[in-house]
Design a protein around this ligand. Structure first.
Ligand SMILES: [Cu+2]
Length: 236
């Protein structure tokens, strides 16, 4: 009997590990829950499971940005971030997708949308979780905390790799009038949370004298300009 139980448990684990979960990013005003939501927002995924985010809102301009239970509407240091995927009203042929692979199912993975236009999506409840506990720090409590968040949600840029989940490429395809602003790269900001490797905040890469900081500032400015342009399209 013990052997049989073990065999059954093994089979169940194998089945779960092979799964792919699809999450819709953004919806329409007439849908239950409105535009600003991930469907589903409560994901269970074992290590190796892929979670594919489909940016289907048309029009829509959303992100999938890792945060934390304690701070639902601000980016987690070293977290993943899809960047802003803008879908114009006319794009009905292609759906950009972004796929994360779960690498650590031993703790919850929290995420939000960092879009601020026309109002912060995070505070509207556009958050979700992978492997949220059923008691204590539950998804329901996370959603409540996000809705209670006031002001602008954090705009810091994450990368392809996050904490407990990682992507191998930016969202794609970006066609048919869609655009991607703040695309994630493998050169994501190093983790700065407590427990990070010592020296992670030290810039060890060689840079031309005196240009490192100004180059970074220029990059940030360009990114903000790009964001503004996309927002302009949405507002228009
Ligand atoms: Cu959004």
């Amino acid at each position: 009997m013990r052997f049989a139980s073990a065999a059954i448990a093994f089979s169940a684990t194998a089945l779960v590990a092979a799964q792919n979960v699809v999450v819709q990013v953004g919806s329409v005003a007439t849908a239950d829950g409105g535009v600003f939501q991930f469907i589903p927002n409560d994901i269970t995924a074992a290590n190796g499971t892929t979670v594919t985010f489909r940016f289907t809102g048309a029009p829509g301009n959303h992100t999938v940005t890792q945060s934390s239970f304690a701070d639902p509407c601000n980016p987690l240091a070293g977290g993943f971030d899809s960047g802003f995927v803008f879908i114009p009203p006319t794009n009905t042929t292609e759906t950009p997708e972004w796929t994360l692979t779960v690498t650590d199912d031993s703790r919850p993975i929290w995420f939000y949308c960092k879009q601020l236009i026309p109002s912060p999506h995070c505070s509207a409840g556009m958050v979700g979780a992978i492997n949220a506990p059923s008691t204590g720090n539950t998804l329901a409590n996370f959603v409540s905390a996000a809705r209670a968040f006031s002001g602008a949600s954090g705009q810091g840029q994450g990368g392809l790799s996050g904490v407990g989940a990682t992507a191998s490429a930016a969202p794609s395809p970006i066609v048919g009038g869609a655009s991607l602003v703040g695309a994630p790269t493998s050169g994501a900001p190093a983790p700065t949370a407590s427990g990070s490797p010592t020296g992670s905040s030290t810039n060890t890469s060689p840079s031309p004298t005196g240009t490192g900081n100004s180059a970074s500032a220029l990059g940030a400015s360009s990114w903000l300009l790009g964001l503004g342009a996309v927002m302009g399209v949405i507002v228009a």
